[in-house]
Write a protein that binds this ligand. Structure first.
Ligand code: FES
Length: 116
């Protein structure tokens, strides 16, 4: 089973959006980054100390939208695979959320080990 998160055009190309999904009485926070027709999903959970990546705003990206950034201590992660390339958790990665774009919709398929 998959869940429609939103339409692709609800996220501007190169930008990000946070989501919550209720699962077994827990609200799971994650976010999606759009690059053209491709989408990349990650848990909102920094591998450094486990805080959400966005702090006071809903943005998950650097000012030039080229990388994902953690607002707490500034770790930066590649959009395409969530690998940390600079900061206190360099070499670690964000946990992926399985999303795709089909027929103009962004679909959520899996949250970590959990298939919807
Ligand atoms: S909590 Fe993200 S860099 Fe420290």
């Amino acid at each position: 089973m998959s869940v429609i998160l939103c339409r692709l055009d609800e996220i501007a190309d190169g930008e990000s959006r946070g989501f919550e999904h209720e699962l077994e009485d827990d609200d799971i926070e994650f976010f999606v980054v759009r690059k053209g027709q491709s989408v990349f999903g990650y848990f909102n959970d920094c591998p450094h100390i486990g805080t959400p990546l966005n702090w006071k705003n809903k943005n998950f990206l650097t000012l030039d939208n080229s990388m994902i950034v953690c607002a707490t201590h500034g770790a930066v992660f590649r959009i395409e695979d969530g690998h940390c390339t600079a900061g206190p958790c360099i070499g670690q990665s964000l946990r992926t959320v399985d999303v795709s774009c089909e027929s103009g919709n962004i679909l959520l398929h899996r949250l970590g080990d959990i298939t919807l």
